[in-house]
Design a protein around this ligand. Sequence first.
Ligand SMILES: Cc1cc2nc3c(=O)[nH]c(=O)nc-3n(C[C@H](O)[C@H](O)[C@H](O)COP(=O)(O)OP(=O)(O)OC[C@H]3O[C@@H](n4cnc5c(N)ncnc54)[C@H](O)[C@@H]3O)c2cc1C
Length: 410
Amino acid sequence: MKICIIGGGLTGLVAAHLLSSKCDVNLFEKKIQAGGCLSSYHINNYWIEEYYHHCFSSDNFLFSLLATLNLKDQLEWINATSGYYVENTIYPLNTPTQILRYPYLSLFDKMKLAMLTIRSKNINVNELDHVSAEQFITESLGKTVYTSFFEPLLNSKFGENRKTISAAWLLSRIAIRSNRGISGEHLGYLKGGFHQLIEALEGSIQTKGGKIQLKSPVSKIRHLNEAWDVDGTTYDTIISTIPPQELERIGGPKCTNIPYQGAACMTIGLDREVTQGIYWLNMKDPAPYGAIISHTNFIPPERYGEHIVYLASYYSGKLPQNIDRQMFADFCHRFSVKKEEIHWTRMAVDPWAGPIYTLGYRSLIPTYEQNGLFMSGMFSFPNYPERSMDGAVRAGVEVAERITKVNDRE
Ligand SMILES: Cc1cc2nc3c(=O)[nH]c(=O)nc-3n(C[C@H](O)[C@H](O)[C@H](O)COP(=O)(O)OP(=O)(O)OC[C@H]3O[C@@H](n4cnc5c(N)ncnc54)[C@H](O)[C@@H]3O)c2cc1C
């Protein structure tokens, strides 16, 4: 069976890795390197993700892939601290004492919040697909908990779209992040960076005879009798991992639009740390970024010979003009960072960084297969109600299993 895979992100790479030994696999990636949202920069002598990444203790599909690729021993679990930036002050929110000291919620609100966190694991999130996060939190915990705690989180992640986000998304985030001990949350990272996962997948595909073509955007697909034409070459099957509306633009089936948002993320290498030891700092004060993620408050700076900080923002529609300059100026001013303390900056922008999990999102998810064209990726069920590395691995595994069944029948 001759298969065309569109997209060399994690989903496409996993599908190619599993199918290359049984089928004739050609993977096309439009960018100069594979990895998609999980691509990395090579700086000095190390690799660092273009967008901050960590994994969670429930990421079983990812762990089994890492084991197959002999990378599981590289996984390390580290205490990852978080906090809020409110009225020019950093509030760590990790230990019970720190949470009790946070002045923007009453003790009663904090207790209600703790109860919801405990309850979240037993809530069926699918049933909350049509309830907004704002409505759910306001009705169950009160307006103050929404405005003082959840609204900044939703704002940093979805901006203006925050009002349309379903409670399914929010509750699944609360459940996944409730695995915390007395000193905070433990998150996973691949020692040496997730770049190794991408490199190992590329190596495995090529060893098994699969082909990866970089700088090769697929521009036109056409359904033939029992086959597909992809830019002039005939394939038995296509696996598309790109957004359904992008697929439709190049000749794929008509689908309901999945709402997507873009990410604009500045990475900065610098002399010192600025967030008082906190890894993930949510901005409640207005700023051109929604969170500051100090990677080297998670992974020791000694491994890099410098400190690394991400300024994270999401956008809808057009990328805000001069966002990079605004982010940089705000960061330097807010944290009194001098120009000479900065070693380098890089800016990553992806207009298809993630679906917006609006009310009724489940009904937008496209049909899995149409005439031998399979759609699997960030937008499909394994990534509902949040996309992740684990979801991408699962999307790749599931589509490979379906195609293997078809291949075995023929
Ligand atoms: C800011 C940010 C932070 C994140 N942090 C985490 C985290 O901490 N933990 C976690 O688990 N997950 C995280 N994720 C999510 C995770 O990175 C993604 O879910 C996963 O990498 C998606 O993989 P994918 O292959 O489905 O999609 P993508 O990575 O989007 O891959 C799709 C690929 O298709 C290519 N493409 C598009 N059109 C064409 C075309 N016409 N022809 C050929 N190629 C094409 C694109 O260039 C891209 O490489 C984060 C994502 C972002 C954006």
